[in-house]
Design a protein around this ligand. Structure first.
Ligand code: SAM
Ligand code: F3S
Length: 446
């Protein structure tokens, strides 16, 4: 009989992807089956995130909940992975000595060996090193879960924005070899996957080596992925305004499979703040990318990440961000109050903006972004959208749930046989978190 594996995941899509890989790996090596309650597990893993504050607190409070399980049965294994593990290393044991394994984002492929070692009971086991290539080489395919799949194409980040821990916790940018990426996409397409999401911290920094010594960039990769039979939709996340090349913009003109939706984090609309953040571009350069994209794809929806209350951000800086939001007309976006991360250069900057003021600015920004997103949803009503039907609707299993090009959920009535394929749906109503629609026609691959 297989044994239970419980994984608690914090943070980004990258961590979700890593957790799926851990589960696939431990199923192969230890016959562990993922369960949804820690009480039913023999191995409990936490995949942590340290991009914003409270990461440590979240980790230790969750560990506190697991402690009685370990006390009741010392043979269960508790592991901590991800970015907090990478940052804290063996310091985790001073607060939680009952943890058996500590592993980093780049050593999760070594988990089977680490867990076996923990089972031998020779003491706590740690590996938070950065052997990037090894990780890509040793991870099994994840289970296919619906018609959309993430494919990791690069790891780490070398941009060193002054506020961000990622380059320290995940290491420098490293591209997965092109042949491996394309083989994975080919296999996924063969198993019914219709949408590929190319994943990495900065996917437009992708430079994948081929078996014959050439190097493929993201623009070329997208064209080659689009050429694979069965792949009808391509997304990528996250990209960075630096290295958003004209070659990449041209793919929007030439590759219809590439969706008219782009997440391109800008962080701030003030050149002064962007320079302090060490983002490597000015607002005018960001706007130039948007202009060029809209020239080749007039209907493209843009979403972004914003940080509000960076140290020393003035009212004028914040107003510049608001002006940029209006000018670009961003769709659903992520925005956060700046959180000082230990060890990053920005953490040493003087900061005279109160937390209350930062939260006030965040509320203003979020209200405006929500208004823009709602207006965009409302404008979709009456139109027909090509949607990818992903599953039964969560709220009403008699209905289907699908995704539009701009990543909105649409619920509509239709036969379950549509799941896994595309359909044309006319949009009848825009609700706060989803759309309602009526089936017009099932679609064959384009
Ligand atoms: N590669 C992406 C880019 O081009 O900016 C960002 C990846 S980062 C892990 C995800 C988002 O977290 C960032 O875009 C930023 O908005 C937010 N973030 C990172 N560090 C932060 C901090 N110290 N405080 C608040 N938000 C932060
Ligand atoms: Fe972080 Fe900047 Fe890289 S936000 S992930 S250092 S692009």
């Amino acid at each position: 009989m297989s044994k239970g594996l419980y994984i608690k995941t914090f943070g980004c899509q990258m961590n979700e992807y890593d957790s799926d890989k851990m589960a696939a790996l431990l199923k192969q090596t230890h016959d562990l089956e993922r369960v949804d309650a820690p009480e039913r597990a023999r191995v409990l893993l936490m995949n942590t995130c340290s991009v914003r504050e409270k990461a440590q607190e979240k980790l230790f409070s969750e560990l506190g909940r697991w402690r009685p399980l370990k006390e009741a049965d010392p043979s269960i294994v508790i592991g901590v992975g991800g970015c907090v593990a990478s940052q804290e290393g063996d310091a985790i044991w001073s607060r939680a000595p009952y943890v058996d394994v500590v592993f980093g984002p780049q050593t999760l492929h070594r988990l089977p060996a680490l867990i076996s070692e923990a089972h031998r009971g020779t003491g706590p086991v740690i590996d938070v090193s950065f052997p990037e290539i090894e990780k890509f080489d040793n991870l099994p395919a994840s289970d296919v879960d619906g018609p959309s799949a993430f494919v990791s194409i690069m790891e780490g980040c070398s941009k060193y924005c002054s506020f961000c821990v990622v380059p320290y916790t995940r290491g420098e940018e490293f591209s997965r070899p092109f042949d491996d990426v394309i083989t994975e996409v080919y296999e996924l397409a063969g198993r019914g996957v219709r949408e590929i999401v190319l994943l990495g911290q900065n996917v437009n920094a992708y430079r994948g080596a081929t078996h014959d010594g050439r190097v493929v960039d993201l623009a070329a990769l997208i064209r080659l992925v689009a050429a694979i039979d069965g792949v009808d939709r391509i997304r990528f996340t996250t990209s960075h305004p630096v290295e958003f090349s004209d070659r990449l913009i041209a793919t929007y003109a030439e590759v219809p499979e590439l969706v008219s939706h782009l997440h391109l984090p800008v962080q701030s609309g003030s050149d002064r703040v962007l320079a302090m953040m060490k983002r490597g571009y000015m607002v005018a350069e960001y706007k130039a990318i948007v202009r060029k994209l809209r020239r080749v794809r007039p209907d493209i929806a843009l979403s972004s990440d914003f940080i509000v209350g960076f140290p020393g951000e003035t009212q004028a800086d914040f107003d510049a961000t608001m002006a940029l939001v209006d000018e670009v007309g961003f769709d659903q976006s992520f925005s956060f109050v700046y959180s000082a991360r230990p060890g990053t250069p920005a953490a040493a900057l003087p900061d005279d903006v109160t937390l209350m003021e930062k939260k006030h600015r965040l509320a203003i920004l979020q209200r405006r972004i929500n208004e823009l997103a709602e207006a965009r949803s409302a404008a979709m009503v009456g139109g027909v959208e090509r949607v990818l039907v992903t599953e039964h609707s969560k709220k009403n299993p008699a209905e289907l749930a699908a995704r539009t090009v701009n990543n909105r959920v649409v619920n509509f009535q239709g036969p379950a046989s549509l799941i896994g394929g595309f359909a044309d749906v006319s949009i009848t109503a825009a609700l706060p978190n989803s759309l309602r629609g009526e089936l017009v026609a099932a679609r064959q691959a384009s």
